[in-house]
Design a binder for this molecule. Sequence first.
Ligand SMILES: [Ca+2]
Ligand SMILES: [Ca+2]
Ligand SMILES: [Ca+2]
Ligand SMILES: [Ca+2]
Length: 482
Amino acid sequence: MEKSVHLAVLGVAVASVTATAQVSPTLPLPRTMDMLVSESGFGIWRLVDWNQDNDFNDANEVQVYYDQSIGGLNTGLPNGLAVMANGTVLAGDHQADTITAMLDVNGDGDAHDSGEQRVYFDNTNASGIQIYSLQKICVDRSDRVYVTNADNNMGGSDAIYVLEDLNGDGDCLDAGEARDYFTVAGAVWQVALSKEYSVPRDIVVGADNSVYYLDNNSEAWISRGVYRLTDLNSDGDCNDAGEWSLFWHVVGAGTPRNMGVDDAGGFYLTRTYDPGHDDEIWWARDVDGNNQIDPIEASIFFQCSNCNWVEFVLRDDGWLLLPERQSGYRITGLRDDNGDGDALDPGESRSHYSHLLTTTVVPVAAAFVRAPVLSAVPATTPIGSTVSLDVRAAKPSDLCVVFMSGSLAPVPVSLDPYGFVEIATSGIVLVGWSVSGVNADASVPLVVPNTVSALGTYGLQAWCGRGPRFYLSNGTTLNVTL
Ligand SMILES: [Ca+2]
Ligand SMILES: [Ca+2]
Ligand SMILES: [Ca+2]
Ligand SMILES: [Ca+2]
């Protein structure tokens, strides 16, 4: 069904209609733009590849997004970093166990201005949820925030909490807005052995809409690896029978540290062999659909004898970016260009950032700013009808201008530093413009002439932004029929 395809593209908006809506399993990764990198005791950097040479080493490419000494709210040790659908940046502090929300409302490139930062969650919340050792956060397609908590002998439980701003006031401090999503049964500090029963660490939402978290305990009691959480009875948690299962048992010496998931349901897992920092990335996919990774389904994607990756993020163009603290501060990019299942071939790994070349960033966590997304609703329409060209911009109050030409471009054309022109570059016409609302949504109507000469397929693309940062959306098509 064509319509469901477009609803899927607009998955965030669709899924927010009802809190329990199940989302199509074919949702793409969010379109990505600039890279955000958090630094302990500082805040958030914004890395912009202005000259689009696939690195962040050129002039002005390392910018301050949020300096806690200017913004006023401390981001502390920001272990968790995630970006919501309307561009709000969330930073989870591992020390104070708070989450700070930041949004560049006035479009000047930072989140220092009045009203641009607020407490999104802390332990004063009216729901009574107490976080003792915030590990990581992630956001699902309905803007629900998942938080991993490891008690680490400081109290509380090894658990996953879910935060949801039900009253829309911009935080999750109100009653009922934070709740237990999953508690690891029996997970208490093992006093006699001074060991953790479990350590929930990284967390992602999979292409199947299940939540996957990495438990990197020492395997003294329960298996180490990736667990799959699926709320089968839709009661809002995964504590019921059958809702929790070991998805990927990670055996052997290397401690799993971070993970990511791609559009095709592929899982990436970094492993470290401290203290020598021989790091590896493993890739796996549940090919036979038995809801677990069998040994034959996992293989090595990359290895490095002198790495210490602290984070792992996937960009929508296929690059995996790995910020690290080892032999200096750097970001390595990996991409499997020859499709053989690894990034070990010549040219498949390259430096995207080195502190030796530009401003020093000491990375803790990373995430991407979302790029604008355009869809025509419906994408197939008869002559004489009106189509809604829906844009999800990178943030509220962005100008969104929609253009059209006769087709998509055979090959996207780079337009530094604004992304790629994905529609045919001859015969481009202006369709219209709009300004995104508080949810970063904008809509431009297109009236299709009621004439057979309008029949055909067209290419459409949006140009969105404000202040210094404009960016092109994806290209999409409109098919006009009788
Ligand atoms: Ca660059
Ligand atoms: Ca600002
Ligand atoms: Ca609220
Ligand atoms: Ca349940």
